[in-house]
Design a protein around this ligand. Structure first.
Ligand SMILES: Nc1nc2c(c(=O)[nH]1)N[C@H]1C(S)=C(S)[C@@H](COP(=O)(O)O)O[C@H]1N2
Ligand SMILES: [Mo]
Length: 252
């Protein structure tokens, strides 16, 4: 049985068990094991909690599929982005030489990193798929440094539970739990298919997260912060996505 169908089966099993034993029991278990996503309130709340809990129990350390070089898409699909802000255009005019990502919050040594600082960290590449919730996908090579290298450099405090990341474009911000933040395939990405990361694909800096849907891979990153609670950010649902009806946890 393939991984996917096995996962589906077990997930369905968990949901069925929850139905039989009562949602209350499931809620109790997920609370006890800290498996509650920030968008757990409201109509879809119990469903979001079950999806997140099931994925975390089953796939905490699993890797997203990596592809051979021959499967890199000839025409990667760059999704439409809003027209760039004046702030972005100023950076673009200077070749992003002043672009910085600040890393703060629950960290021992807050710091900011330029693109060349990031390129000086151990570089990795991955050939993975971008999957949009609208149904299309493409495969590309992503080059960057695993996010955990930056988190290690600033010393994330043990009480931190989420890493929040912000685009220079204010509508785009997301957060992930520490399992995804320290996952080896979660990258700060500066390169794509052997060149610099093009603006359309999020250049100069994108957070690539192949274990979740495309919308979690936010383009134009300028700030990363560590926190123990998502209540203080936006509407307190974990990220911009649940504010417009999408799940905070978008595992694939
Ligand atoms: N800053 C920013 N990041 C973004 C978006 C965006 O519009 N702005 N779109 C998201 C969505 S919905 C998807 S599916 C992917 C698309 O990535 P692509 O352009 O590489 O295909 O980027 C995500 N990151
Ligand atoms: Mo998307």
């Amino acid at each position: 049985m393939s991984n996917i169908s096995r996962r589906k089966l077990i997930t369905t099993g968990l949901v069925a068990t929850a139905g039989a034993a009562g949602i209350a029991t499931a809620a109790h278990l997920t609370r006890r094991y800290g498996l509650i996503p920030p968008d757990n309130d409201g109509f879809f709340g119990p469903g979001e909690t079950l999806t997140y809990a099931a994925q975390r129990i089953l796939t905490r350390h699993s890797l997203a599929r990596e592809f051979p070089r021959s499967m890199i898409s000839e025409k990667p699909f760059g999704n439409e982005v809003a027209p760039p802000s004046e702030a972005f255009k100023r950076h673009q005019a200077t070749g992003f030489s002043d672009w910085k990502v600040s890393v703060d919050g629950m960290v021992a040594h807050p710091a900011s990193f330029s693109i060349s600082d990031l390129k000086a960290l151990p570089a990795h590449n991955q050939i993975t798929e971008v999957v949009c919730e609208e149904g299309w996908s493409y495969v590309a090579e992503w080059i960057g440094t695993p996010l955990h290298n930056v988190l290690d450099a600033v010393g994330v405090l043990p009480q931190a539970r989420y890493i929040v990341y912000f685009s220079i474009e204010p509508d785009w911000w997301e957060s992930i739990d520490m399992a995804d933040a320290t996952h080896p395939q979660t990258f700060l990405t500066m390169g794509m298919n052997d060149g610099d990361l093009p603006v359309q694909f999020g250049g100069p800096l994108r957070l690539r997260l192949p274990r979740q849907l495309g919308y979690k891979s936010v383009k134009y990153i300028t700030r990363i912060t560590a926190t123990d609670s998502m209540k203080r950010f936006g509407k307190g649902l974990g990220s911009a996505s649940p504010e417009t009806g999408y799940a905070w946890y978008a595992g694939i």
